[in-house]
Structures are given as C-alpha cells and as structure tokens.
Design a binder for this molecule. Sequence first.
Ligand SMILES: [Zn+2]
Length: 295
Amino acid sequence: MDRRIRAIAADAAIQITAVETTGLVERARNIHKTLPLATAALGRTLTITSVMGSQLKADDGSVTVQVRGDGPLGTIVCVSDAEGYVRGYLQNPAADLPLRPDGKLNVGAGVGAGTLSVIKDVGMKDPITGTIALYNGEIAEDVTRYFAESEQIPSACALGVLVNTDQSVRQAGGYLVQLMPGARESDIDRLEQNIAAAGAMTTMLDKGMGLEDIVRAVLDGFDVLFLDEAGIGYRCNCSAAKVERALVSLGEEELAAMAAQDKPTEVTCQFCDRVYSFDSAQLSALLERAKKKEK
Ligand SMILES: [Zn+2]
C-alpha cells in the first residue's frame, strides 16, 4: 500500500520524490504505542528517512536520521535502507501536549530545541555525517535546512501525519523537491507558488489525491516526467545472531553476571519491540565466545 514515486521537470532542473506512508506509520504506532503527538513526530521522521534512503547510491547502504531535541518527546531515531524500507523509535511515545491554536499537533514544541543529524553509511570506512541545529522541530523545515547547510542542495520538504479520533493513522506522507545545478530563478518562483497553492500533504492525501496528482500539483506548469515507483514499508532487520553479537561485545564480566542469574536475560529490539530471550546455558556459550575474542 505504501509507495514512492520519483519524477523530474523535464524542462527545468528540478527533481521530486513523493511517498505515501500511512501503513508504515500505523505500524510504528502499533509497535511503539505512540500517542498522536509522538505518532506525528515519529511518522514525519520515518517518512523523510525513507525518502533519503531511496536517494542512496549504494544498494546495501543505509541512512540514519537522529532528531535530538530537549522537548518532551525526547530523541527520535529512524533508519532506512536503500530501498526506502524504514524502522524507527522515539524516547517518549506517551508524551503529550495541547494542540496548537490552529488545531494541529504541536510537534515543534514536542521536539524542542536541539540538533538534527543525518548519518549515511554507503559502504565506505567511515559513514558520512551532517549535523545542523534544529530550526523549529517540525521536521520538514529542519530537513530543508539540513539540505541547504550540509549538502548545499536547495530543497523544499513537506511532511504530514493525520490521526483519526481513535488515534489510528488516517494519512501520512511527504515529498522532497530538490533543485539541481542550473535551476532558473523563474522556475524557483513558480515552484514556491505551486507549493503554497498545493497546501498541506495530508490535506491533499485526504482529498483523495494520489502521489501522481500531488507531484503534478507541485510541478504545475512544468513538463513532468515520471521516472519510477516502488513499494516501501516498515522493516526491522534485527535477528538472534545480531543480538548475540551485541551481547558478546559486552564482554566477559557482564556476560558472566547474566549467566549467573537464575532467570533468562531478555533483550528487546528498540525498533520492533521483538524480545530475544537467553537462558543461562546460552549465555555461558556466549561467554565462551567472548573469551575467545578477547584473547
Ligand atoms: Zn527489531
């Protein structure tokens, strides 16, 4: 159900990626039991992280977006693979604030002041990291700033999550428009007018507009060329083997203490809440692995 489309203006140096993420944001809500404020903040971050993942050149690459604000929601962490499949969590899923005067969820106040970091792992020795100060904590404007300051790419970003009265996700999605070198001033003016006229992402989705309609609205007056489309979703890649490696890396002392307990040690994945349980015998085996490793 969730999908991504990419298009360009064939007569201008503009590219756009648009995604519908209602399903994956609802999945995140179910995993993390988020209240609407957290659903919106996490949903917006998951949405843009998926878009940024799809821009990676390396097939086995990943991108991590970290929003570290001082508001009640706490830190938000989202990771996407190069296909745009995402996972994420935030520190305080039950954080709540009154609605803004305009009736919208106050994501900016929920996030607070702090930083936004983007970490791209594209298979090189060190990942590429860019960090900026948060602009207003609403995520979309912060991402726009990130692209301007850290990657020198003029961009416009719209992200939205609309929540039903029963707190389930009604609509979620977003788009990222970027100017490529050679964009004309007149094209930028037209794009800005289009974006203002198009309105909020969730309003467009809620009106029944598909991603193609939304792209046409944002690129109104340009020669739109659709490039490709793909399915996206919520996907966690945790496994027992990965959790075992993490436990081994804790070291002998820690593992010995866990093995000595008479109850199993439980490790919960932060991204999908899957619980991995290790009994004393399993922990002793991991302790042996840690001993070999440390020699
Ligand atoms: Zn997991």
